[in-house]
Design a protein around this ligand. Structure first.
Ligand SMILES: Cc1cc2nc3c(=O)[nH]c(=O)nc-3n(C[C@H](O)[C@H](O)[C@H](O)COP(=O)(O)O)c2cc1C
Length: 253
C-alpha cells in the first residue's frame, strides 16, 4: 500500500502512550503510521516514559520524517501556559488531531477515561475530545488477570458507547511471564485494524465517497444508532460478552 492509498494519509494521529510494557513497541508503530502518510503527535503519561524515552521517539522521527513526528508530555502542558491568552495544549491537540489512538492503553488510564478523569495530558485531551466527530481507537494491553477483571469490560463498554473502537489484545506469553490474553496487537495489526475500521465507519457515516484529507473522518456526528449498527467481533473479555455472543477469539497475527 502506498501512503496515498491509506485513509490515514495526511491525517494527524494523536498517539497516547501509557504505562504498559507494550510501549516499547511504539517506535515501530510511529514508523508505520508515518509510512502510511500520517503525522503523529505522541503524548506519554509519566509512567509511559519508563518504557519509551524522548531519545527513542526522536530517533524514529529522524529515521522517518522529523516534520511529521512531535512529542509532548504533561510538562509541556504547563510550560506552554504562562498567562491568559496562551494556548492550552490539550485543547490545541483536540483541534489538531483527526484520530485519537491510545496504544498501549493501561488498566489505569482505561479506568480514568471511562470515568471522565482529567489529570494529565492524555486524559484532559480525551475529556475535551469530540467523540462523535473524531474517531477514537483503544489498544488495551495488560496482564491477563487485569484484562479479565470485570472492570475492564465495564470500562471498555462505557467508552465504546461513546463511539470508541477497541483493538483487542492478543494471546501470548506476556512480559511478566504469564501466558494469556492481554498483549498489545502488533503495530501492523493496529494500523491495519484502524484503516479497515475507519474506512468502514467513514463509509457508514458519510456514504461511499472518498474522504478528502481536509474533510473530517466523521462528517456527520456518530449517533448511538450508528455505533450500534457497527457490529464488530467481540473485543471484550468473557465477562463483557452478552450470554449468547460467540466465544472471544483474538485475531490471528
Ligand atoms: C514493569 C511494569 C510493567 C507494567 N505493565 C503494565 C501493563 O502492561 N498494563 C497495565 O495496565 N499496567 C502495567 N503496569 C502498571 C502501570 O504502569 C501502572 O498502573 C501505572 O499507574 C499506569 O499509569 P498510566 O496509566 O498513567 O500510564 C506496569 C508496571 C510496571 C512496573
Amino acid at each position: 500500500m502506498t501512503p496515498s492509498d491509506s485513509i490515514l494519509s495526511h491525517r494527524t494521529v494523536l498517539l497516547g502512550v501509557t504505562g504498559s510494557v507494550a510501549a516499547i513497541r511504539v517506535p515501530a508503530l510511529i514508523q508505520l503510521l508515518v509510512a502510511r502518510g500520517a503525522s503523529v503527535v505522541v503524548v506519554r503519561t509519566r509512567h509511559a516514559r519508563h518504557f519509551l524515552s524522548d531519545a527513542e521517539i526522536d530517533a524514529v522521527a529522524a529515521s522517518t520524517d522529523c516534520s511529521r513526528v512531535r512529542r509532548y508530555d504533561d510538562v509541556h502542558e504547563w510550560e506552554q501556559w504562562r498567562a491568559l491568552g496562551d494556548p492550552v495544549l490539550h485543547i490545541e491537540l483536540r483541534r489538531q488531531a483527526d484520530v485519537f489512538l491510545v496504544a498501549p492503553l493501561s488498566a489505569n488510564t482505561l479506568a480514568k477515561l471511562a470515568n471522565g478523569l482529567a489529570d494529565n495530558l492524555i486524559t484532559c485531551t480525551a475529556r475535551a475530545w469530540d467523540w462523535q466527530r473524531r474517531p477514537v481507537w483503544l489498544a488495551p494491553a495488560m496482564n491477563t488477570a487485569m484484562y479479565e477483571h470485570p472492570f475492564t469490560a465495564e470500562h471498555l463498554q462505557r467508552l465504546m458507547r461513546l463511539g470508541a473502537r477497541v483493538l483487542p489484545p492478543v494471546h501470548k506469553r506476556l512480559a511478566c511471564g504469564d501466558e494469556g490474553v492481554g498483549a498489545m496487537p502488533s503495530p501492523e495489526a493496529i494500523v491495519t485494524g484502524m484503516e479497515e475500521g475507519l474506512r468502514a465507519m467513514t463509509t457508514m457515516v458519510a456514504g461511499p465517497r472518498p474522504a478528502h484529507p481536509s474533510a473530517p473522518l466523521y462528517p456527520t456526528p456518530l449517533t448511538p444508532a450508528a455505533i450500534d449498527r457497527f457490529a464488530d467481533p467481540p473485543a471484550l473479555p468473557a465477562t463483557a460478552r452478552a450470554p449468547d455472543a460467540a466465544p472471544h477469539s483474538p485475531p490471528s497475527l
